[in-house]
Design a protein around this ligand. Structure first.
Ligand SMILES: [Zn+2]
Length: 476
C-alpha cells in the first residue's frame, strides 16, 4: 500500500481551521477557575487563548497576552473543564422501553423488539435520529464520543463525516461500524429465511479465524476508527486474537464487550485494548489487565433507578399521548391522569436495578484498588421521557461517584483517561496548548458537587461556541 489511510481527524482539522479562521482569528476565554483533571490542580483565575480551533495558551489572565481585536468570552466565576468524552455510546439507537407484557414475548425482550425495528426500518430515518442524538450530546458538554455499534452498516461513519463536514453540530465521533459478534448474541427468534439478511445489516459474524479477519477488513473499508467485538462464551481466543491482529495492522484499537468471567478472560488472553462493561471481572483478572495495560471501561447505565424512572416516564408519556389522541374532553383526560398516577404509585415496575447497584458499589472499589487504567461510557441507547439524549447521558457520570469513586477520578474517566483509551491523548482530554479547543464550563465546583456535570452552561468544540448560557447573566 502506497498511501496510508487518511484519518477522518485530519479532514476534521482542516474543516475546523477554515471555519474558525472565517469567524474570528483569536478568542480569549476568561473564567474564575480551570480544573486540570490530570493533576487535580485548579488555576484561578484563568485565561485561555484559542486560535485556529486549537488551544494556543493557558495561564493566569495577567500573563496571557491577547492581541487587539481578540474576541473575548468572559465566563465570570465559572469553572472551565475539558470537553467530556463518552467512551461507549450508541447514537443511532433510542429504544423505548417496552411494557412487561411485550418484554415477556421475546428473548431479551427489553431490547430485541426495538433493536429489530431499528435494523429493518429505513437507514435514512435512523441516521437522522443519530444526528439529533449527536447534537443533544454536544449541547450537554460531550465533545467526543466513541460509538460502539448498532448503527447499521455505515450509519456512524457517515454521521461522523457529516459532522466533520459542518453539515450539523455534533461531537467528534470515533465510529466502529458493525459490531463483530458470534451467532446468537442479538435478536434471536428471527424468521429463518431472513435471519442472515437481517443480521448482516447490523453485525459481522465471526465464525472462525478467517471470518474474523475478513470482518475487520470489511469495517476498514468503511473507514472505521475502532473495532468493536462482542465476546461471549462461544468466541475463541484464536478468533478474537486474529481480529485484534488485523485491527492493529490498520492502527485501530479493539473494544471488547465482555460481561462474564470466561469472555473477560478471552479478551485478556487475546490482547484487547479495552474491556467494556466487565461486570464479572475477578481481582486476578484486574491484575492481568493492569499488567497488560488493558483499559476497563465502566458503563453505569442502569445504576440508581434509571430504568424504573425511564419506564415510569414512558408510561406517563404514553397515557398523555393517548388522551390527546382521543381528543379527550376534560373528564377523559382526568381519567387517564388518575390511571397514570395509580400505575406509577403501585410500584410494579423496577427490579432492573437492585443487582446492578450492588455490583457497581463493589466493582468501583475493586477497580480503584487494582490500579488498572479505567474510563467510563454511558452505553446510552434509551429513550428517557422529558430529557434530551445529552441530559440522559451526562446523568450517568455522577453515578460512579455514588458508587464510591472520588469526583476527580470520575472526571478523569471522562476526560484524560478516556482520551488515552481512545489513543487521542495528544489531541483531547485536557486544556493544554496544542490540543483541540474542546472546553466546557459549569457554574460551581465539580469536585465538591459532581452533579455540576449535569448542568454544563458553556460548550466549545474545535474553537467554536456551541452554547453559552452565561452570556445572558453577564449582559445584565
Ligand atoms: Zn453498548
Amino acid at each position: 500500500m502506497i498511501l496510508n489511510r487518511i484519518s477522518p481527524f485530519a479532514v476534521a482539522i482542516f474543516a475546523t481551521q477554515l471555519a474558525a479562521q472565517s469567524l474570528s482569528p483569536i478568542t480569549l476565554i476568561k473564567a474564575g477557575r480551570l480544573l486540570d483533571p490530570r493533576s487535580g490542580n485548579v488555576l484561578a483565575p484563568t485565561a485561555v487563548i484559542i486560535k485556529d480551533g486549537k488551544i494556543k495558551e493557558v495561564g493566569p489572565p495577567a500573563k496571557v497576552q491577547a492581541p487587539s481585536g481578540t474576541n473575548i468570552i468572559d465566563l465570570g466565576s465559572a469553572t472551565l473543564l475539558p470537553g467530556l468524552i463518552d467512551s461507549h455510546t450508541h447514537l443511532l439507537m433510542d429504544c423505548v422501553l417496552p411494557t412487561e407484557a411485550e418484554r415477556a414475548r421475546h428473548l431479551n425482550g427489553g431490547y430485541a423488539p426495538e433493536q429489530l425495528l431499528a435494523i429493518v426500518e429505513s437507514p435514512s430515518k435512523r441516521v437522522l435520529l443519530g444526528a439529533q442524538m449527536a447534537r443533544e450530546d454536544l449541547e450537554s458538554g460531550i465533545t467526543t464520543v466513541r460509538n460502539l455499534g448498532h448503527s447499521g452498516i455505515d450509519g456512524d461513519t457517515e454521521l461522523r463525516d457529516a459532522i466533520n463536514a459542518g453539515r450539523f453540530p455534533g461531537p467528534r465521533i470515533l465510529a466502529s461500524g458493525r459490531k463483530l459478534i458470534t451467532r446468537g448474541d442479538y435478536v434471536q427468534n428471527l424468521n429463518p429465511a431472513l435471519a442472515d439478511a437481517i443480521l448482516e445489516q447490523e453485525f459481522l459474524l465471526i465464525d472462525g479465524v478467517d471470518r474474523a479477519r475478513q470482518a475487520v477488513r470489511q469495517n476498514v473499508f468503511h473507514n472505521v476508527d475502532v473495532i468493536k467485538v462482542t465476546a461471549d462464551e462461544n468466541l475463541t481466543v484464536p478468533e478474537l486474537a486474529a481480529a485484534i491482529e488485523e485491527a492493529h495492522r490498520s492502527h485501530l484499537k479493539v473494544a471488547v464487550h465482555a460481561i462474564d468471567k470466561t469472555s473477560i478472560q478471552t479478551a485478556i488472553d487475546a490482547g484487547a485494548d479495552s474491556i467494556e462493561h466487565g461486570n464479572e471481572v475477578t481481582d486476578a483478572q484486574l491484575t492481568q489487565m493492569r499488567d497488560k495495560g488493558i483499559f476497563f471501561d465502566f458503563t453505569p447505565t442502569s445504576y440508581g433507578s434509571f430504568f424504573t424512572e425511564a419506564f415510569e416516564g414512558t408510561l406517563a408519556e404514553s397515557l398523555t399521548l393517548r388522551a390527546e389522541r382521543l381528543k379527550a374532553d376534560e373528564g377523559d383526560r382526568q381519567r387517564y391522569n388518575d390511571l397514570a398516577e395509580r400505575i406509577l404509585k403501585s410500584g410494579f415496575v423496577g427490579g432492573f436495578e437492585a443487582s446492578d447497584n450492588q455490583l457497581y458499589d463493589n466493582l468501583v472499589q475493586r477497580v480503584l484498588k487494582s490500579g488498572v487504567k479505567f474510563a467510563a461510557g454511558t452505553d446510552m441507547s434509551w429513550h428517557y421521557p422529558g430529557k434530551t439524549r445529552g441530559q440522559t447521558s451526562v446523568s450517568r457520570f455522577p453515578t460512579l461517584h455514588e458508587a464510591g469513586m472520588p469526583s476527580l477520578d470520575v472526571i478523569r474517566a471522562i476526560t484524560t483517561s478516556a482520551a488515552e483509551m481512545l489513543g487521542l491523548q495528544d489531541r483531547i482530554g485536557s486544556i493544554e496548548a496544542g490540543k483541540f479547543a474542546d472546553l466546557i464550563a459549569v457554574a460551581g465546583d465539580p469536585i465538591a458537587d459532581i452533579s455540576e456535570l449535569e448542568r454544563v452552561h458553556f460548550v466549545m468544540k474545535d474553537g467554536r461556541v456551541i452554547k453559552n448560557d452565561f452570556q445572558e447573566n453577564q449582559s445584565k
